[in-house]
Design a binder for this molecule. Structure first.
Ligand SMILES: *Cc1c(COP(=O)(O)O)cnc(C)c1O
Length: 361
């Protein structure tokens, strides 16, 4: 993509509208067209996307927000920013996503702790959508809003519904290592609610009045996406569908070649994952030795996540659902992610597969 990207970046450098330039709005239109959300609001990062939504909802001290413990810190960090309390929920061993049974326990835990449950942040971990057919009725029954942390899943679908159209709002990230990455930090918010979208657009620029910028109406932040990042994303979005297809081909090849020696990731029926990570579980094997053996053969690996949030220093004082989160604890000990990107060719992938098998022999 070199030339088209160079050209798009230089165009911004030359026109000089570095902040909220025309590419920002062009990208927002393209994102809406891509995912079907009525409102796409670009912003400074995935974390800020989550925060802007919570700020717009007026999340405050005394509120509880239910979220999984087996995720990246930002999911719960934004709740704590606003003085509210994350309540950690366990995940399912086969999908790595929120366990609806634990969700019900978390609600009881929040109430017992004297907190006011206001919403759920579901995470679509490693690119696979969470179990929304179970989560949505739960949220409706208990008057909780539903926010999709789609930092890893933008581009995917859940039973025919595009990521970006589920729940009250969706947050995604364009951090370089995400499936759709820019050349720095970036993120976006998707919603079908025009009033929520208006508030978020205001919060993104210091809470300004969308019509009179020197009358700030609320406390906001510097949450804009740089025009150069929008220019990069416009180009990369054009090939994103093809990249998602390539990631799925690669995941299928890994699954076929490794299912007999490790627990390979399982995608639920009628879900299209974007494979942000290809994460396997070792069957009682020493993970450190496995990673070291692969490294010696030139194959890099990574661990997402070695410690669930409720076991991390900044988060361990927050409530957890039920009597603990055994699945999150156990996954943290045995997951490991293999190289995954759309340009991994078959020969290189075969080398990785051979190395994995040799390391387990
Ligand atoms: C990456 C990530 C974020 C944060 O996105 P940034 O753009 O890095 O701020 C939030 N949630 C999850 C699940 C992520 O993977």
């Amino acid at each position: 993509m070199g030339e088209s990207l160079d050209f798009s970046i230089m165009k911004v450098v030359n026109h000089g509208a570095y902040i909220m330039g025309p590419e920002v709005f062009e990208l927002e239109n393209a994102l809406s067209e891509f995912c079907g959300a009525s409102h796409s609001i670009s912003c400074s990062s995935g974390t800020d996307a989550l925060a802007l939504i919570l700020m717009a909802k007026g999340v405050k001290p005394g509120d509880a927000v239910l979220c999984p413990a087996f995720t990246f810190a930002a999911t719960a960090e934004v709740v704590a920013w606003l003085g509210a309390s994350p309540v950690f929920i366990d995940v399912k061993a086969d999908t790595f996503n929120i366990d609806p049974v634990s969700l019900a326990q978390g609600l009881a835990t929040a109430k017992a702790a004297g907190l006011r449950p206001v919403g759920v942040i579901a995470v679509d971990l490693f690119g696979q959508a969470a179990d929304y057919n179970a989560i949505e009725p739960f949220c409706a029954e208990h008057s909780l809003w539903l926010l999709d942390d789609a930092a890893q899943s933008f581009g995917g679908t859940y039973k025919g519904r595009k990521i970006g159209t589920i729940g009250m709002a969706t947050a995604t990230s364009f951090f370089p290592a995400k499936p759709l990455g820019c050349y720095g930090d970036g993120g976006a918010i998707f919603t079908d609610d025009p009033d929520l979208a208006d508030i978020i657009r205001s919060l993104r620029v210091h809470g300004q009045n969308n019509n009179d910028k020197y009358d700030n109406q609320r406390i906001g932040m510097t949450g804009r996406m740089d025009t150069i990042q929008a220019a990069v994303l416009i180009e990369k979005l054009k090939v994103f569908e093809d990249e998602i297809a390539a990631r799925n081909t690669i995941a299928d090849r890994y699954n076929a070649a490794l299912a007999d020696v490790v627990d390979v990731p399982r995608i639920q029926e009628s879900i299209v994952s974007v494979w942000a990570q290809y994460t396997i579980c070792l069957r009682g094997r020493d993970r450190q030795a496995f990673a070291a053996s692969l490294k010696a053969q030139g194959v890099p690996t990574a661990i997402y996540y070695p410690r669930p949030l409720h076991k991390q220093t900044a988060y361990r004082h927050y409530p957890v659902a039920g009597n603990g989160l055994p699945v999150s604890d156990s996954l943290a000990e045995k997951v490991i992610s293999l190289p995954m990107h759309p340009y991994l060719d078959a020969a290189l992938q075969d080398r990785i597969i051979e190395s994995v098998r040799a390391s387990l022999a």
